[in-house]
Design a protein around this ligand. Sequence first.
Ligand code: UT7
Length: 316
Amino acid sequence: MSGIKLISTGSALPRQEVTNFDLEKKVDTSDEWIATRTGIRSRHYCSGDESHLGLCMAAARQAIQRAGVSPADIGVCLVATLTQDTMTPSAACVLQKELGLAEDTVCFDLNAACAGFVYGLHTAECLLAASPRRYGLVIGCEVLSRITDFTDRSTCVLFGDGAGAVVVEWGADYPSICAVMGSRGNREVLYIPGVNTGSASYIHMDGKEVFRFAVEVLPRCTHEVAEKAGVPLEAIDRFVFHQANQRILDHAVRKLKLDPARCAGNIARTGNTSAASVPILLDELVTTGQLASGQKALCAGFGGGLTWAGCLLQLA
Ligand code: UT7
């Protein structure tokens, strides 16, 4: 048996907080509609000199510092994102230099939309098994405000910017995170046009279809991870689900018969930050003592692709 454990976390949110009341001033919407339909009350947007790289750096530095490891100890650096500053170099590649990682560190970005961070954890676990160094840095970072169409009121109220980072350690005697993942090629339900389409790169989403997909896949994926790990749901300390919509989360809690106290979220304050949502929430749980040493968190994400992924992560 071999696998990774969570050593430390970090996160960064942009300075500017945008409440539903702020959005009311530029979008035909209301605080009441947004809060009732989504659970979101505010989110953060990058402004001024803030950037995707800046958020990645702040979250990563915090996680590395809290881990007490040297950047030279890191063998893998992955950034889950679809809003990196440049298509190439990748954000992970830029971090190699900025953080002082060794040149033979495996650095790349990966895009599995809102499931990206958990895809990243699984990828890190596999890559670290073949690495000369045992620490990995996995980041989820998004600046979704830059690809939000503010004329589409049903999507623009959902998204926010932010970054979360973790340092994980690989051990020959650590349990695997038992990742479960999947994809279902669908180009209509949730898409962002790429550079070859000639269209503006805004998020297009059929909210109702994504909702249906989420309520189908999140409970199933959760069960599959628990089964693969051989751990009953009652023995899992925290459920760290992608923060997309409070109604999706409430549905999963009911369907899985989970104790709501073990599923605390932060969507009211962050909105949907796609690949960043799971690591931002993980950081909140660890820094507030809600996820303690030795405890297990079942992390799961779902989104564009359509993709989904779940895993069981233990805090060292
Ligand atoms: O990370 C994964 C990515 N995305 C998701 O997880 C999104 C999943 N889907 C959702 O969260 C929900 O489908 C939404 C929040 C996007 C929409 O909620 P809904 O309950 O499915 O609303 P709807 O689209 O059916 O719209 C209901 C009504 C419509 O008005 P009429 O036709 O009933 O008069 C909309 O025009 O609400 C109206 N509406 C709004 N009203 C005020 C839609 N957006 C807004 C808005 N403010 N922002």
